[in-house]
Design a protein around this ligand. Structure first.
Ligand code: FAD
Length: 317
């Protein structure tokens, strides 16, 4: 079922979470072991991230370094099918522009359609780690909105490079990303919201936010979106802190601010077990406040580890 329908039919706020495909060569059962402890909270959907290729270098006996291009976490499409088959829960694959030609993207969408997947989250993706800025594939999409247009066209039966007009269209409900603390490349917040509005006007059905730790950022974001005429559901994304290291890692990767009180509390922890407890308590407080604000769903970045999210779900749902 489309997420917009799921949200519309829901009698109470929904619970959902995001997982990562396992590293290539890891057993899929580990992923299922991370999903299963959360099933009792009736997740409305499970997002599955997509990971672009990375360069790896191998030393040759002759002293030369050879560069390989490899996808370390393949399997998004297959995992979505497995989740829907095994748990009868909606799976939402993330689709990214980076590393894909339009043809490859379309083939993935056709596979998803045949598998009965009705929801996709369309994203641009980030630059390859060794490259300074995002470079689209030759014949790939530049921005999330270009990929979004592609999905909207497919929904209308217009396939890439085809003149035929009697095609069967796909039927995807389309989500996009939103940034309560601004996307780091946007020149300013206003411009970022304008680009987000363009995505919604082009057919995005809902928004999922980047993680944030200060609810006021989300409240202000929603207020600005509504004032700009963005009226689709805005699902807040939350992440439980679990390690001290995340105090520096999360701001550098996700370009977000951590509130002082949270930083102080984490710094005073003796070990990561204590950090995980503080992280869960913070996320529970955030979740409860968001629920009283009237959010349609609480979405958690689990990183395929269930313990933190389970603790939160026990305190909230
Ligand atoms: P876009 O909407 O294309 O925006 C990218 C930047 O360009 C922004 O600064 C925006 O302001 C600007 N912009 C947008 N449109 C235009 C335009 N027409 N002209 C000029 N500038 C424009 N990454 C992954 O690789 N895999 C994942 O699975 C994944 N999942 C994610 C899930 C969520 C909920 C979120 C919030 C992010 C996720 N990301 C993922 C990260 C995401 O790919 C990056 O944040 C990426 O840098 C931006 O993606 P986007 O879809 O927001 O891009």
């Amino acid at each position: 079922m489309k997420l917009t329908e799921v949200i519309k039919n829901a009698k109470k706020p929904l619970f959902s979470f995001e997982i990562l495909p396992p590293l290539k060569g890891e057993n899929i059962d580990h992923l299922f072991e991370a999903i299963e402890p959360l099933i009792e909270f009736n997740p409305a959907f499970i997002d599955v991230t997509y990971h672009r290729e990375e360069y790896i270098y191998k030393n040759h006996p002759n002293g030369l370094l050879q560069r390989y291009n490899t996808r370390k976490r393949p399997g998004t499409v297959g995992i979505c099918a497995a989740i829907m088959n095994k748990y009868k829960i909606e799976a939402v694959p993330h689709l990214i522009c980076g590393g894909f030609s339009k043809e490859e993207t379309e083939d993935a969408l056709i596979d998803l359609d045949y598998l009965g997947v009705e929801n996709v989250l369309v994203l641009r993706g980030d630059a390859i780690k060794s490259e300074g800025s995002f470079v689209p594939e030759p014949n790939g999409h530049n921005y999330a909105i270009d990929l979004l247009h592609h999905v909207v066209n497919l929904n209308q039966g217009h396939y890439w490079g085809q003149e035929k007009s009697d095609n069967t269209g796909t039927n995807f409900c389309i989500g996009v990303a939103g940034y309560p603390e601004k996307h780091f490349e946007a020149p300013n917040f206003k411009k970022d919201i304008q680009y987000l509005k363009q995505k919604v006007d082009a057919g995005a059905d809902y928004i999922v936010t980047q993680m944030f730790f200060d609810n006021q950022k989300y409240f202000d974001f929603v207020k600005t979106c509504r004032a700009e005429g963005i009226n689709v559901p805005i699902i807040p994304g939350l992440k439980p802190l679990t390690t001290k290291k995340q105090l520096s890692i999360l701001p550098s990767i996700f370009h977000i601010d951590l509130p002082n009180d949270l930083v102080d509390a984490v710094e005073s922890c003796k070990n990561n077990q204590e950090v995980a407890q503080i992280g869960a308590e913070w996320a529970i407080q955030q979740s409860k406040e968001l629920l009283s604000f009237g959010v349609p769903c609480l979405h958690y970045y689990s990183m395929s580890k269930s313990a933190g999210v389970k603790k939160i779900a026990q305190g909230v749902f």
